[in-house]
Design a protein around this ligand. Structure first.
Ligand code: CP
Ligand code: NVA
Length: 309
């Protein structure tokens, strides 16, 4: 049995490098059909408690849990008493009596921390304003599938210093990858997260935050982007657009990257904004494999949290 059984995943920094590597290896083996863990004695229930919209995370967690022989309860604030103001502390303790694990998508990181404090079952961060760790597990799986390993590669994220940038910083640092974040001044990642990533990386790899998108992409093996206005920031979209336009991942920018470079995007994407249609559909794009890997990586994570592997 692994070390993941019964744990929470609130931040990617909750995992060690060995644990991330284990999840990636399990995910790749499960995708190939070489590892097929299943619940045998009882059928556990995973709750999905989403305060924000989701296609990939909702469906990939559901299919992953079904493939393991478990079941899923899709909750949201409008069908529960949460929308009418029932406190998180009470909701967490009650859900803990019914469910075996709970994946939560919400705004404040402190909210999932409260759920984790009041519930004994594993709580999984399915995206907050601060982090999106499950996405980065799938991203790293895609990198390992493409290059055979993560260590030593240069991973450049171009765009808003948001939840994706934060989890990429920590995930890449953990795996011994050089990580560069190119974001406009005023939209760079949280300094506490950058400091944490630097501590994790130590002397093994570089952690760079810059406004210079060209220098950041130069020689990179992985070029990544995400929306300029995240969920909850829709009102800022017009004001952000001209500031971010130079940061678009397009054919010109990609010409600076390594010849073997791949392009990733967590999706949903806005063609003509953070990414050009040509790059999105071009031969360097691994975006659809990356989206598929959400299911494999989360299946591996769930198998670990439930002690199946
Ligand atoms: N990438 C991602 O988390 O997608 P959804 O918002 O559709 O879940
Ligand atoms: N940064 C985006 C990611 C979506 C998967 C958001 O939070 O909306």
């Amino acid at each position: 049995m692994g070390t993941l059984k019964g744990r929470d995943l609130l931040s990617l920094a909750d995992l060690s490098r060995t644990e991330v590597q284990q999840i990636l290896d399990w995910a790749i083996a499960m995708k190939a059909g070489d590892l097929n863990p299943r619940f045998t004695d009882r059928i556990p229930t995973l709750g999905l408690l989403f305060y924000k919209a989701s296609t990939r995370t909702r469906v990939s967690f559901s299919t992953a849990m079904y493939q393991l022989g478990g079941q899923v309860l899709d909750l949201n604030i409008s069908v529960t008493q949460i929308g009418r103001g029932e406190p998180v502390e009470d909701t967490a303790r009650v859900l803990d009596r019914y469910l075996d694990a709970l994946a939560i998508r919400t705004f404040d990181q402190s909210e999932i921390e409260t759920y984790a404090r009041y519930a004994k079952m594993p709580i999984v961060n399915a995206l907050t304003d601060l982090e999106h760790p499950c996405q980065v597990l799938a991203d790293l799986q895609t990198v390992q599938e493409t290059f055979g390993q993560c260590e030593g590669l240069t991973f450049t994220y171009v765009g808003d210093g948001n939840n994706m940038a934060h989890s990429i910083l920590m995930g890449c640092a953990l795996m011994g990858m050089n990580v560069r974040i190119a974001a406009p001044i005023g939209y760079q990642p949280d300094e506490t997260i950058v400091a944490k990533a630097k501590t994790i990386a130590g002397n093994n790899s570089e952690v760079i935050v810059t406004a210079d998108y060209k220098a950041a992409v130069e020689g990179a093996q992985i070029v990544y982007t995400d929306v300029w206005a995240s969920m909850g920031q829709e009102g800022e979209a017009d004001e952000r657009s001209p500031i971010f336009m130079p940061y678009q991942v397009n054919e010109n920018l990609m010409s600076l990257a390594d010849k073997e470079a791949i392009v990733l995007h967590c999706l949903p994407a806005h063609r003509g904004e953070e990414i050009s249609a040509g790059v999105m559909e071009g031969n360097q794009s691994r975006i659809w494999d990356q989206a598929e890997n959400r299911m494999h990586a989360q299946k591996a994570l769930l198998a670990g949290l439930f002690g199946l592997v």
